[in-house]
Write a protein that binds this ligand. Sequence first.
Ligand code: MG
Length: 303
Amino acid sequence: MSDSTFFEVHDPVFSSYVLFNAPVKRLATGFDWAEGPVWFGDADCLLFSDIPNNRIVRWSVETGISTFRQPSNFANGHTRDRQGRLISCEHGGRRVTRTEFDGTITVLADSHDGKRLNSPNDVVVKGDGTVWFTDPHYGIGSNYEGHKGEQEQPCHVYRLDPETSDLRAVITSLECPNGLAFSSDESLLYVADTGTMFAENPTQHMRSFAVNADGSVTDNGIFYTVDVGVADGFRLDTDGNIWTSAGDGVHCISPSGRLLGKILVPEIVSNVCFGGRDRHQLFMTGTTSLYRVPLNCEGLATF
Ligand code: MG
């Protein structure tokens, strides 16, 4: 397959993942900074954040766009825990929450070492139920995506045990950790560092970390460097490839860190998630719009 309007092939294997006649479709628009998509197959809908408008948006084939929660405390990244409950990062509340089945909200973490978190950004739940999230300062720098406030601690990656409320900073070496995801066997944790996003030479690395049995991690170094924009949020497919947001769309990266191809999107993409029947659709939050493309691969069933 050669390049098309929607795809840029960097390795022949990418041609087997994309469908030549399946478009990158804009499903909805009118948002200010769409982020944090999460798929609810049981409700046949997608939830995502429209951060500056302080709301969580719901999309489904049947009903299109509706408001799921407003105000949302400037929620950003979402995932689901092993029981299927919604786990959310909130800039405004400077906290990570869980939405219970009856709709009540439980605060999972809002401080570390007696100091407030910065603005939790993205979150993933490991098979053992522990909640791993990043805490850069993007949500407290202005009143646009949260409430302007004082940064009380460095930007860490945390591991939370919701059973014991034990909260540990597991990665303290990054400038501004952002998106994160585990490999399918959970032996690796991938984390994007978007530290100097707006500098002349922006930090745009994705690093991989070996996950140790005691819950600590060991830095394996830089896994992938994004050539356009930054890797803000990403998900894996069942072949171990990483599908990450970037300035020119979505980059598909092999398990060895090689760029296989790109999905070209006309807006900066912030995050992605797999969904739809068979998890073969990739939903992409792109600045003012929600996009979707059907793929010939399956997303990892870890939300
Ligand atoms: Mg993010």
